[in-house]
Design a protein. Structure first.
Length: 195
């Protein structure tokens, strides 16, 4: 099992508020959480099969059609693996927590704390401090944006294949679209039904 909880402030203002128009941004899951679905799938190593979810426009986006400000989503992956995403766009306490639970133990981390905690089934636990590889440079998302751009430029310069494929991107988009449809309809949505 794997999970991500992102509790954050509302979307920042953009030119012409395009981000609040699902026709231009794709909505909350496509614009913001497709990255989390991608990460959860990578952590689990299984193909996503179906999505269920609940969410709404209950706090900051009451008057903004199509933009969710809270949701819980469960993604069924091949091999009996499951992932969940909890998202809040109205939290004044920022939190991005990611975890994985398996038979041998539990690993979890919180982006802002820059620590990973490993708990083993025998009760042993260890904490690993995570350095910021982009420290001292203009960077957001824990430095990942800058590092991704640098890696992409280096990959192109070397003529290597990118780490993330078009298939990876399409898969994450399909999960985000299925999550929106699941919230909209209250039904579990098979990825094979998303076109």
């Amino acid at each position: 099992m794997a999970w991500c909880h992102e509790f954050r402030v509302p979307f920042r203002a953009k030119v012409d508020d395009w981000i609040l128009d699902p026709a231009r941004s794709g909505g909350t899951f496509v614009e913001k959480n497709c990255h989390h679905f991608d990460l959860l799938g990578w952590l689990l190593g299984g193909e996503p099969l179906a999505v269920a979810g609940f969410g709404g426009r209950d706090v900051v986006y009451r008057e903004t059609p199509g933009i969710l400000d809270n949701a819980w989503v469960v993604v069924e992956h091949a091999g009996g693996k499951r992932a969940s995403l909890g998202v809040s766009m109205f939290s004044r306490v920022p939190k991005i927590e990611i975890g994985v639970l398996g038979e041998a133990g539990l690993i979890e981390g919180e982006l802002h704390e820059r620590e990973i905690v490993l708990r083993r089934a025998d009760g042993a636990a260890s904490t690993i401090a995570v350095d910021d590889p982009a420290a001292g440079r203009v960077a957001v998302h824990g430095g990942s944006d800058l590092l991704q751009m640098e890696d992409f430029v280096a990959t192109v310069a070397r003529g290597d294949q990118p780490r993330v494929t078009l298939r990876d991107g399409v898969r994450s988009l399909l999960v985000a679209l299925a999550a929106q449809r699941a919230v909209d309809t209250g039904a579990t949505v098979a990825l094979s039904r998303i076109t």
